[in-house]
Ligand binder design. Sequence first.
Ligand SMILES: Nc1ncnc2c1ncn2[C@@H]1O[C@H](COP(=O)(O)OP(=O)(O)O)[C@@H](O)[C@H]1O
Ligand SMILES: [Mg+2]
Length: 595
Amino acid sequence: MFSMFKKIWWYIKANWLRYVLAITFLNLASLASVIAPKLLEAGIDKIVNKTITKSSLLALFGMMIAVTVGGYLISWLWNYLLFGASIKLEYTIRRNYFRHLLKMDSHFFDKNSSGDLMTRATVDLNAIAMTAGYGILTLVDSVVYLIMILFMMMYTISFKLTIIVLIPIVFIGLGVKILGEKIHAAYAQSQIAFGEMNNLVLESIIGIRVTKAYVQEHAEIEKLKASGANAYRKNNRLVRINALFDPLFRAAFTAASAIAFGVGAYLVFRRELTPGQLVSFVVYLGMLGWPMFALGDLVNIMSRGNASYDRIDNIMSQTPEVKEPAAPVAVGPTFKKLEFRDVTFAYPGSEFPAVENISFTLEKGKTLGIVGKTGSGKTTIIRLLLKQYCLRKGEVAINGVNIKDIAAGEVRGFFGYVPQEHILFSGAIYKNIAFGKENAGAEEIGAAAAAAAFQKDLETFDDGLDTVVGEHGVTLSGGQKQRLAIARALISDPEILILDDSLSAVDGTTEAEILQNLKKARKGKSAIIVAHRLTAVERADEIIVMDNGRIAERGSHEELMKLGKWYYRQYTRQQLTYKTGVEKDDPSADLEIRE
Ligand SMILES: Nc1ncnc2c1ncn2[C@@H]1O[C@H](COP(=O)(O)OP(=O)(O)O)[C@@H](O)[C@H]1O
Ligand SMILES: [Mg+2]
């Protein structure tokens, strides 16, 4: 049970002074509260013995007020110190947790769902913070306060009577132990169910437009219902077991009070106890409730905190598969060439390689085109060169150095990446563009927008660059999102621009305009263009045609046309479509390319 304290010991140690003060004040407050009944006892006995005077009554009254007011002030202090420490712990762990997530690679995010990661950052973190505040409180009170009260009962009133009334209370201890274990198990289960539900809700909110488009509301509701019911059942079980605590307590204390009163009255009759002592004894007995309850809750809080801590720790102890090199080699700042040497890669958990024996070289100033059917491995090539996954066979090199030996930050610094699925942040358009470069000036932003052929769109928005795009850019069309994403990649003026199917949702004319702009603005810089429409790669220095993870054809546009295979057929077909003008700036393209 106390392993939880071991787990947060690092924090308690770092904040030891705060904890020492909090616990000292907490115990002082307890002391004040155990003194109060003694004052009452003295007063009653003085009344019974008829020895009370006006001055002694006033003195007792004054002391009672002093103890109450003092206790109040001290309580304020420990409350503030202790619970302040607990929210600071929550903040600290959340910050570390988030930092850790930022370090993780694509392996990790393939494996862990966002809903689950979020549950850990909220519900679990809350449970941990509980242990650092309320947990300490219950621990101290269930030990020190309990001993203080028992001491007062045993040594200032009656040892015998104390032992007798404690018998029903001992049963609580047994109940606590049995229930504690059950609660632990039930809590872990309810946490898992909650995580699953969270995930489903998140997914369903993100996908709400698709759900509606496919009229899947009913199916979606059924799914959420089932998951919600499951979370409800698990939580209900937890509540049911938890609920056994309270009645157990009440029963034990009612029994104890009855015994105390009966036996106590007999002892008063035999003059072993004064009437004042009997009264203060019953008051102390009532005071025992909280530390006994704290003792029970301690088990509860600790087991929750423990399970939650392990869930956070499980994430924190995962290391990215893509390791940072121990002694990173600097290859910049100028870019000379990028090489793929016989690269073969399978996604974790997949038997079949997504790409196989890929080799190519991209020199400074050149453009590489990658084309091929959906699922043929184009995006995988891009992910590998961005160091998103760990490569085991073959190598990727920049300026002749394996990217394994180059810091991830430096590798990624060479690229301006426009991913296939554009990620936009809710906020102003200029912020979304400037994401590619810190402190980008208005002029740079404007130039990047112009190069991406986004200027025309801006003119149609009321607030221009200040226009706020909704979450994930819902207020923009597919083509507009792509142009914005291209502007973002252009603003850092990267050595190598990567367009991963980034022109799929713009019409042929705009595509030509963008390519023309890029040619002008990026003289001497390199580009990798993954495209579906072959006109986008027509002018590339080399084009590779992917088929089922392998390079099926390669060469310049002219060479591939002469070859007369897939590229030739596809190009001819597309020329036909283009001439008949079927293609448009199609917002639904956004849905199609999400895989
Ligand atoms: N994260 C992933 N985990 C497992 N398999 C994946 C993942 N991403 C893509 N794949 C698989 O790898 C293959 C190549 O995909 P991809 O490179 O995205 O193709 P393309 O970009 O040419 O459409 C496909 O069979 C796809 O299903
Ligand atoms: Mg792709």
